[in-house]
Write a protein that binds this ligand. Sequence first.
Ligand SMILES: [Fe+2]
Ligand SMILES: [Fe+2]
Length: 186
Amino acid sequence: MAALHPSHPLVADIEEIRRRARQHMDKGAVTEGYQADLETVLRLLNEALATEIVCVLRYKRHQFMAHGLSAVAVAEEFAEHAAEEQSHADMLAGRITQLGGEPNFSPEGLTSRSHSEYVEGRTLTEMIKEDLVAERIAIESYSEIVRYLGEKDPTSRRLMEEILAKEEEHADDMSSLLQRVSDAGL
Ligand SMILES: [Fe+2]
Ligand SMILES: [Fe+2]
């Protein structure tokens, strides 16, 4: 997948990724030697940054809206994830500036730059399901970014791989939480 035009959507069909994530829920320093297309890499890293910011906002909303039995434990899990997504956002912003770019923290257009969605959910179960869906979207779109970066920008690739591994943990956490909440009949 070489020489993509900067405006070419690498994560081409986000709707399709979102659809698949929902469908399978039961089962996310530039030198001359720099080989990647810098503009494309900066755009992808900024999309990942937007994704992380949206995830922070969604987990924070869920943390404070978790009510009912076992809600304390669930709220703690949401809080922990929010903090980890925030650290991912910081890592991405750091890499963007290291590459000479500018991290986009603008609230304007945030949800369209982000791969995952901001869904509030009414019940504890709905919140956890939405978080699981968002993690699965992140896993799939970050995997695509990792494949694109390949050997062209190994540092950015390793950073994305590190974040990807954490999103897989998050998805696993949400999946177990969903099971626990549904076993408890909440
Ligand atoms: Fe994250
Ligand atoms: Fe996550």
